[in-house]
Design a protein around this ligand. Structure first.
Ligand code: FES
Length: 175
C-alpha cells in the first residue's frame, strides 16, 4: 500500500485517538464559546444596571436649614447662600422659595411689614406662598423640595421646581 492510499484510508476511517482528539478540541471550542457568551452577557447586564442606577440616583444637594422648632409660624427666613427663602406658613407647612423673580430674574426681597416679597426691578410682588400678587411676573416663584429628617429641615438646592401657581402639595410638614 502506498502512502497516498494509506493517508486516504486514515482520512475515511479515523482512528480512536483521532476521534478523541477531535472531541477534545470540539469541547475546548464549545467551552470558549460558553465563556465568551457569559462575558458578553455580564457586560450587557453591567451596562443596563449602571444605566438604571444613574437614572434613579440623581444627586441631592441637601442644605440643612435648621431644626423645625427654630422656624415660627407665618415666618420667612432668608438663606442667601442657598439662594432661597424658607417660608413656614400659618398651618406649619414649609416651602423653600427661589429668590429669583419669575419676570426677568432679579433678586426679590421680603417685606416683613406687608408680609410679601417684592422685586426691585419692575415691582412684581408675591405672597408668602410665592404666588403672584402684582405683575409683570406671570407665574409663582420657583421652589426647592423640602425634607424633614429627625426634626431637621433640609432643602434640596440642586432640584429647582418651576410652577405656574401655588398648591398645597408643594408644602412639607413635620410628622
Ligand atoms: S425682574 Fe422682577 S419684576 Fe421684572
Amino acid at each position: 500500500m502506498n502512502n497516498r492510499i494509506k493517508h486516504q484510508e486514515e482520512k475515511d476511517n479515523p482512528t480512536k485517538s483521532e476521534i478523541s482528539r477531535r472531541d477534545f478540541f470540539g469541547l475546548i471550542w464549545k467551552s470558549l464559546g460558553v465563556l465568551v457568551g457569559i462575558e458578553v452577557l455580564g457586560s450587557i447586564t453591567a451596562f443596563f444596571y449602571s444605566a438604571k442606577n444613574k437614572s434613579t440616583t440623581v444627586a441631592k444637594q441637601l442644605l440643612e436649614a435648621g431644626p423645625v422648632s427654630s422656624f415660627g409660624m407665618n415666618s420667612v427666613t432668608a438663606f442667601m447662600g442657598g439662594r432661597f427663602y424658607l417660608a413656614r406658613l400659618q398651618d406649619g407647612g414649609f416651602i423653600a422659595l427661589s429668590l429669583r423673580c419669575t419676570h426677568l430674574g432679579c433678586a426679590i426681597s421680603w417685606e416683613e411689614k406687608r408680609k410679601r416679597f417684592i422685586c426691585p426691578c419692575h415691582s412684581s410682588a408675591f405672597d408668602i406662598n410665592g404666588e403672584v400678587l402684582n405683575p409683570p411676573a406671570a407665574r409663582a416663584l420657583d421652589y426647592y423640595p423640602v425634607m424633614i429628617e429627625n426634626g431637621i429641615v433640609k432643602v434640596d438646592i440642586g432640584n429647582l421646581k418651576e410652577r405656574n401657581t401655588f398648591n398645597k402639595e408643594q408644602l412639607t410638614y413635620a410628622q
